[in-house]
Design a protein around this ligand. Structure first.
Ligand code: TZP
Ligand code: MG
Length: 204
């Protein structure tokens, strides 16, 4: 599946509790998000598989891929389009072997060393960050700022998306630093109007 990292929504069930995940994603697609990642650090695999299937139904016909955070079994059994892993999650090699060559596989990167050590030939994209400190991820790595982002983006031979504390007002600087787009949780999840919140990234 072709993919576009311009505006990558990562879901948080608690933040989306008001209108729910499906309605949030549906509205955000109308607002122009280009990727969705289902991320849930607490749910069971079974719950996540069911949630992923519901999101796939919401995304049908939109061309927006659904990526699963961290859980290889969920990605393999839900019909999702790919998997995103962190530095201490499932190995990229195992993910590629299980999901096959058509899956979209991404890896989180915080340092140049991590980028140099990444199995680029097995990856489709990298997530670079956190750009800023954020309350949306516990124990996140050291923020890299726009300077760190620019360093990593220029060293990356793969498409790359910036993450961590990003708001619509940062979209232009993210692109100027060399990233292909922004990945966000709280700038869209839990916002009063997720459609408008997504749109703001395209015309800040
Ligand atoms: N990985 C690095 S920062 C982050 C993740 C999942 C959270 C991003 O959330 P927000 O609300 O966009 O800062
Ligand atoms: Mg992870």
């Amino acid at each position: 599946m072709p993919f576009d990292l311009s505006l990558y929504l990562i879901t948080d069930a608690e933040l989306c509790a008001g209108i729910g995940l499906e309605k949030t994603v549906e509205a955000a697609v109308q607002g122009g998000i280009t990727m969705v990642q289902l991320r849930d650090k607490h749910a069971s695999d079974e719950h996540m598989i069911a949630q992923a299937k519901r999101l796939k139904a919401v995304l049908a016909g939109s061309g927006v891929p659904l990526i699963i955070n961290d859980r290889l079994v969920v990605a393999a059994e839900s019909g999702a389009d790919g998997l995103h892993v962190g530095q201490s999650d499932t190995a990229v090699q195992e993910a590629r072997q299980t999901l096959g060559s058509n899956a979209i596989i991404g890896l989180s990167i915080n340092t140049l060393t991590q980028l140099q050590d990444a199995p680029l030939e097995l990856l489709d994209y990298v997530g670079l960050g956190p750009v800023f400190a954020t309350a949306s991820k516990q124990d996140h790595a050291q923020p890299i700022g726009f300077e760190g982002l620019a360093q990593l983006a220029s060293a990356s031979q793969l498409p790359c998306v910036a993450i961590g504390g990003l708001k619509a007002e940062h979209a232009a600087r993210v692109k100027a630093a060399g990233a292909d787009g922004s990945a966000v949780i709280s700038a869209i999840c839990g916002q009063p109007d997720p459609r408008l919140a997504a749109q703001a990234f395209h015309s800040p």
